[in-house]
Design a protein. Structure first.
Lengths: 459, 433
């Protein structure tokens, strides 16, 4: 054969040498813990500063517990909080909206606010020698945001448009339906306010919420980057000296999930269906957590998992299928999700249930556990190699009352888990009888198959 | 304060193997991880007519096994070594990559070499991946608002020739007709070692890494390297308009498309457009954000991008400068284009303020620092710069080059974006769903 002859697929796929052996892994260098200060200021704000000097930047994360404290079913907290997170950047007593952005841009900086039913989160960064500017702008926004009437009116309209836009996304529709299926009308379901609730928000309500709820006590601020940790804590203390009193309030433990039928939510005309299944789980401080993580990976926590290999690589039903742990400050839930072609909605649910049942009653193999273990240790290492990843991880741990030592000690916990412990966690947490959830689909196309399958509440 | 430039940390080592494979070895000992990437010089612009979406479909097939690796083995070996992987298909290239703990360096090289040498292309895997790709397209395009906006929808308005105008995700009919012979021909034509760049970045010794690369890639036979076609076509000579309906969109949207200068012959002029995009829509104080969102209150969101796929220097000539906006239904899109033209005319006449330019430059420096802090991003930037622009160093030099763009160059860029040489695409909510 000459190189100009077209080869067949068979010819391309083999060489005279034949298959070759997979090289072994080499030695792995350990990572020393970075320099860190983790302290609580007089204001009650916990500050964690970490030196990671690979690039001349600092990453900032602030997490303020920000739960609805009204106790009312018709609470406007979610809408007011959402408007607050938008208009807080509209300027302060001393800086206009444009001045805020110009000042941050001057130090290569950005700052963003977001809010969910649990907390208000601030995420920012700047060139390292602009750290003081970043902190000064943040402090000004926290204590002196003006929420001017005209800016607020415009931002309210924009927010309504963005909510309408988001509400058209199948993933958002499915998320809302799942939250309501899991938690009824509990405040945790109000991840995105309704347009009419936003329209009714007043500047006074926003200012009152900022004054009463945006408080340092119980909040945590993380700085990671090209900095000296002790010096950085001093800078935070000086810059935020006016943010000095009060305690932020978070959500109580969520109501437990009740297992039950999936709810079919009709989305006429959709060409794809969203399957979302959920069950109770346990969080980072539970001794079963590492085994649960490995069981979750085996089911659908990474690509080399049973769900992906079955639903995607064998059946071609979907582009993605996954299983994950959603953590909150008090615990965790499991969520299994996939988006599939409308005509295979019922077959995909059948396979998902089959994989849940199989994991619960047929113990995972030692190879499966070992693969999940290596992936968990390695991906944890990789996720901590950037300033931004490190900052987000430390902030998430702090929100659960943990410190960075948890993540440094976690590989040892993962290594210690036995195959039997993974099987026990699989049996305890993945039995299909423990799940509830939703299917968002064109009911006309998906309904008959789901009815035949059972365990689905049809409209 | 002046913005700083990301200095190449420990240099960049180039080799070319006897079979033509170009190799970049970039030591970066910041963390005990390594990255391996293969960039192949073929993207969706090169796929044959009647086979739209084939370059991307073929990317999927390259994960389906090779001579030493059965189906699913690639994923399993990367992940059970503690690593993460992916691939992506662009206008002019396709990349395959993984990032792993450094203990897995040789294993990663083995995995990439095996599929570049002898991928196992089967009809069963092809049919399975056609189904998977169709679900990917439903997820990202067909079942969501603004799917494919503007990257699929705008090119057919701005361009005339098949390579530049067609849908790179592919029509379902074309995908369904793809067969094994197409796959074999595509591999033989484009996946020659001389048509690819191998990038290895991270916690490595360049001499040892060079030896491992030779061990695993060295015996892939050389094959003819395809002549890269020119995709050039004349610039538009008038305003080209089209309108589409989007059944899922709640609000109308608008996209403007302009041709960019050729970065191969006018890098400076090209980068002035990258700076211009930032001046127009990056941050609350940006010109179009100020004017359209806060001043005239015509749009909900506006975004400018130097490059069809969102990143500058990701494609060869011709590439596209885009401005997109989502707006309320009671706003006439003509008012938006008029306001954009007005702001561009002001910039063309007066140029940006030096202080305004300095702020944009500082943000660029900062975003590139952050991107390069992530080994995967830096590796992909180095690999694509080497393949597409011919110089990996560009990835590290970009902050300095951006900082050197003067106000007059930005004014010239603004002047180039003429209303009589652009595409205008409007999206109308269809309300069907």
């Amino acid at each position: 054969m000459t190189t100009s002859t077209r080869r067949s697929a068979d010819e391309i796929g083999s060489t005279p040498t034949g298959p070759r052996p997979l090289p072994a892994l080499g030695p792995q260098r350990a990572v020393p813990a970075p320099e860190e200060v983790d302290t609580v200021l007089d204001s009650g704000l916990r500050v964690i500063a970490v030196r990671r000097a690979e690039v001349p930047m600092v990453e900032l994360r602030l997490r303020v517990p920000f739960a609805d404290q009204s106790g009312r079913d018709d609470s406007d907290h979610a809408a007011v909080a959402e408007v607050l997170a938008t208009t807080i950047l509209s300027g302060t007593a001393s800086r206009s909206r444009v001045a805020v952005d110009d000042e941050l841009a001057g130090v290569g900086g950005e700052i963003g606010f977001s809010v969910d039913p649990e907390r208000l989160s601030v995420s920012g960064h700047a060139l390292a020698d602009g750290t003081d500017t970043l902190l000064e702008v943040l402090a000004d926004l926290l204590v002196a945001a003006a929420h001017p009437e005209d800016e607020l009116a415009r931002e309210r309209d924009r927010l309504v448009e963005r909510i309408e836009l988001a509400s058209a996304q199948p993933s958002v529709i499915a998320r809302r339906a799942l939250q309501e299926r899991r938690y009824g009308d509990h405040p945790v379901t109000r991840e995105m306010p309704r347009p009419e609730e936003v329209t009714a928000v007043t500047a006074d309500a926003v200012r009152a919420l900022q004054d009463s709820a945006l408080r340092p006590g119980g909040s945590v601020l993380v700085l990671v980057g090209d900095l000296d940790p002790a010096d950085a804590v001093g800078r935070v203390e000086r810059a935020l000296s006016a943010w000095s009193t009060g305690r932020a309030v978070g959500l109580d433990a969520l109501p437990p999930l009740t297992a039950g039928d999936l709810l079919l939510v009709d989305r006429p005309g959709s060409v794809q269906s969203q399957l979302r299944l959920s069950a109770p789980a346990v969080g980072r401080t539970d001794p079963r957590y590492p085994a649960l993580q490995l069981a979750n990976l085996t089911l659908g926590g990474y690509f080399s998992s049973r769900l992906v290999e079955n639903l995607r690589e064998d059946k071609g039903y979907t582009y993605h299928a996954s299983s994950s742990l959603e953590l909150d400050p008090h615990g965790a839930v499991l969520t299994v999700e996939t988006d599939v072609a409308s005509e295979v909605t019922a077959p995909a649910l059948l396979e998902a249930r089959y994989e849940l049942g199989r994991l619960a009653v047929v113990p995972p193999s030692a190879d499966e556990v070992e693969s999940a273990r290596r992936y968990l240790v390695g991906s944890l290492l990789i996720s901590m190699t950037t300033q931004a990843g490190y900052a987000s991880t430390v902030a998430a741990l702090a929100a659960q009352g943990l410190s960075s030592s948890w993540v440094r000690e976690h590989p040892a916990r993962i290594e210690a888990v036995t195959v039997d412990e993974v099987a026990a966690a699989a049996a305890e947490f993945f039995a299909p009888t423990g799940f509830t959830g939703v299917v968002v689909a064109d009911a006309g196309r998906a309904g008959p198959g789901l009815r035949a399958l059972g365990g689905v509440e049809l409209p | 304060m002046t913005s700083r430039v990301t200095a190449p940390r420990q240099g960049l080592h180039r080799h070319v193997l006897d079979n033509g494979l170009r190799v970049l070895l970039v030591p970066d000992p910041a963390a005990p991880v390594v990255g391996v990437a293969v960039h192949v010089d073929v993207g969706f612009r090169s796929e044959p007519e009647g086979r739209t979406g084939f370059a991307h479909l073929f990317e999927h097939l390259m994960f389906q096994g090779s001579e030493s690796l059965e189906k699913l083995a690639h994923f399993r070996h990367v992940q059970s070594s503690g690593g993460v992987f992916n691939g992506s298909t662009h206008q002019d290239y396709t990349n395959y990559f993984e990032v792993l703990p450094s203990a897995a360096l040789e294993r990663a090289l083995f995995l990439e070499a095996d599929r570049l040498r002898a991928p196992k292309l089967t009809t069963e895997n092809l049919r399975n991946q056609v189904d998977v790709v169709k679900e990917e397209i439903r997820l990202n395009v067909l079942n969501r608002p603004y799917g494919g906006f503007p990257w699929i929808l705008l090119p057919p308005v701005l361009y005339d020739t098949y390579p530049n105008a067609h849908n790179g995700y592919g029509d379902f009919t074309d995908l369904e007709q793809a067969d094994l012979d197409d796959a074999a021909a595509f591999f033989d034509a484009y996946y020659a070692p001389g048509n690819a760049v191998l990038t290895v970045v991270g916690d490595l010794d360049p001499a040892e890494a060079a030896e491992l690369v030779e061990r695993h890639f060295g015996d892939i036979p050389a094959r003819p390297v395809p002549q890269r076609p020119s995709f050039a076509e004349p610039e538009p000579t008038d305003e080209r308009r089209d309108a589409v309906t989007d059944a899922h969109a709640p609000l109308p949207a608008l996209a403007l498309g302009h041709r960019l200068p050729d970065p191969a012959t006018d890098l400076h002029g090209y980068l002035a457009h990258a700076v211009l995009a930032s001046l127009l829509t990056d941050g609350e104080a940006a010109r179009l954000t100020q004017r359209l969102v806060y001043g005239d209150e015509l749009v909900t969101d506006v975004s400018a991008s130097c490059g069809l796929m969102g990143a500058p220097l990701d494609a060869r000539d011709p590439d596209t400068f885009t401005i997109t906006a989502v707006h309320p239904g009671d706003v006439d899109p003509q008012r938006i284009t008029a306001a954009v033209d007005d702001e561009l005319a002001t910039l063309a006449t007066d140029g940006p303020e030096p202080e305004e330019l300095r702020r944009v430059t500082a943000r660029w420096a900062s975003s590139l620092h952050r991107e390069h802090d992530r080994l995967m991003s830096r590796m992909l930037a180095l690999g694509s710069a080497e393949l597409v622009q011919g110089r990996a160093e560009l990835a590290d030099e970009l902050p300095g080059l951006i900082a050197a763009v003067e106000p007059s160059a930005v004014a010239a860029a603004a002047k180039r974006l003429r209303p009589d040489a652009r595409a205008v695409l409007t999206v109308t909510p269809g309300g069907a769903a």
